[in-house]
Ligand binder design. Structure first.
Ligand SMILES: [Fe+2]
Ligand SMILES: [Fe+2]
Length: 482
């Protein structure tokens, strides 16, 4: 039993194929149970499929819970990559669950196939808004389906929640430690590269794995940190931000852990060629002249050569070298450097880095341009340039990751309160998780976290975005002092 517990505790990454199969068979059976009778052969076959998937998982953990929280799916508290827009019909079911107050289902160990068939026949026919969690739980008891428990929807105040307020704070603290660790690793790599000293690749890989672990558990805390653009040494912060954005996009794309690790390394090393350029050029406060640009445009090739020369050759370094070379090459092969062969499509990682690098550079206003542009304007600008510069599909996913109110946006609420957006809500992007920092009377002494998607906060809605500089708001202060 202890061994099983340890094994479970050590499984920190995304859950795998068995969990995906379980979710798929669960929702397919749910959908089927709506339209055909329990005695139908298709229903029986799908119930048997789900039962087999359940047994496979319950061998390890006994009871099995399936939950949907803010557009993400969990099996036994592990997030599972799952396409709920696909043929399983999961998104429709979950939308109905929302109206019924259901957040998921727990199956006790040793549940029988008969009980599963009975449950799906019952639950799939419940109409949206017709019942609530309590009444449905009572009915399950009355029909003696004691091996099945309906779970409540997750909210910040919900004791059944996978992420309570305390856990959220803990995740934020952990994210901060990892983020600053990553920044110091980037610094070490860059300083060592400049002085032609050995680079500790295992340390870099370890920090990338910590970032992946954080993002798979909690996407938003690292994104909040990446939204701070005024760290003293922006070069190191920029590489860390690019890594956070790239990995978040990679997780959304469903890349497996080893590809995520390669993507993270590629992101951290993408601008390494800049250390070979004069510091005066990198830190030049004025706009670049033609000569400066010629020098700056050598950094992809310098970076690629540096990676290949200074690091042990393996799949990670090969991908990082290609990413460094191609990250300023556009979709139509304009940009720099000019590649000899245009027949070969750009590498996926290069296309990802190109998007997230441009976003971070323009929102920070430290590199190439001297004035930061608000994130939503940067996304619009990037959208206009899509045909020439960026991969349309990847840009769309990145738009989703950033959300309509990106972290760092300051908004005016219908209650005359001023709030800072730090976290998007997957299910309702117009109602993010915000920190109320002021009201008509001025800034609050102790800002209040508010989840605008919760019913208790529905009297508050976002009226419009406002300029943070007008109110003297410092994003770094609000993100770091939690
Ligand atoms: Fe670059
Ligand atoms: Fe860059």
């Amino acid at each position: 039993m202890e061994a099983v517990k340890n094994k479970s505790a050590n499984r920190r990454s995304l859950a795998g194929r068995n969990e995906q199969k379980l979710l798929n068979s669960f929702f397919v059976l749910y959908k089927t149970a709506r339209i055909i009778e329990e005695s139908n052969a298709t229903f029986k076959r799908q119930a048997a499929n789900f039962y087999a998937s359940l047994r496979l998982i319950s061998e390890e953990t006994e009871a099995v819970s399936i939950k949907s929280i803010s557009g993400r799916y969990f099996v036994n508290q592990q997030m599972v990559r799952f396409d709920d827009q696909g043929p399983s019909g999961a998104s429709t079911v979950v939308a109905e669950w929302d109206s019924l107050g259901i957040g998921g289902v727990n199956f006790a160990p040793h549940i029988s196939l008969g009980e599963i068939e009975q449950f799906f026949t019952f639950i799939a026919k419940v109409k949206p808004n017709s019942e609530n969690l309590e009444s449905l739980s009572e009915k399950l008891k009355a029909h003696e389906m004691s091996s099945i428990k309906l779970l409540s929807r997750t909210s910040g105040a919900d004791k059944d929640s996978l992420i309570t307020e305390e856990q959220r704070k803990e995740l934020r603290r952990g994210a901060r430690t990892t983020f600053f660790k990553a920044m110091s690793v980037v610094q070490e790599v860059m300083v060592n590269t400049k002085q032609d000293r050995e680079i500790n690749i295992s340390k870099t890989k370890r920090v990338v794995h910590s970032l992946i672990d954080h993002i798979t558990r909690d996407e938003s805390s690292l994104m909040e940190l990446a939204a701070i653009k005024d760290f003293d040494d922006y070069t190191y912060a920029h590489c860390t931000n690019v890594c956070v954005y790239a990995l978040t996009l990679g997780v959304r794309l469903g890349l497996d852990r080893s590809r995520l690790s390669q993507l993270g390394m590629t992101a951290l090393f993408h601008d390494i060629g800049k250390v070979k350029l004069p510091t005066d050029l990198i830190r030049k406060p004025e706009a670049y002249n033609e000569n400066d640009w010629i020098q700056m445009q050598t950094h992809p090739l310098l970076g690629s050569k540096t990676i290949l020369r200074n690091l042990k050759f393996d799949v990670h370094t090969a991908r990082a070298a290609r990413g460094a070379l191609e990250h300023h090459v556009n979709k139509d092969f304009t940009g720099y450097p000019m590649l000899r062969s245009k027949r070969k499509a750009l590498n996926l990682f290069s296309k990802i880095i190109s998007i997230v690098d441009t976003f971070d550079a323009l929102t920070s206003g430290r590199i190439y341009i001297r004035k930061p542009i608000p994130p939503e304007d940067v996304l619009k600008k990037m959208h206009y340039q899509m045909n020439v510069k960026f991969d349309a599909f990847l840009l769309k996913i990145f738009n989703d990751v950033i959300g309509i109110y990106p972290a760092g946006t300051v908004v005016l609420l219908s209650t005359d309160e001023i709030a800072l957006v730090l976290t998007n809500n997957e299910t309702d992007k117009a109602r993010p998780y915000v920190k109320i920092v002021g009201n008509k009377d001025g800034l609050l002494e102790s800002p209040e976290w508010v989840d605008l998607s919760l019913e208790e906060n529905h009297h508050r809605s976002i009226l419009r975005k406002i300029d943070p500089t007008r109110y003297g708001l410092d994003l770094k202060h609000f993100v770091l002092c939690d």
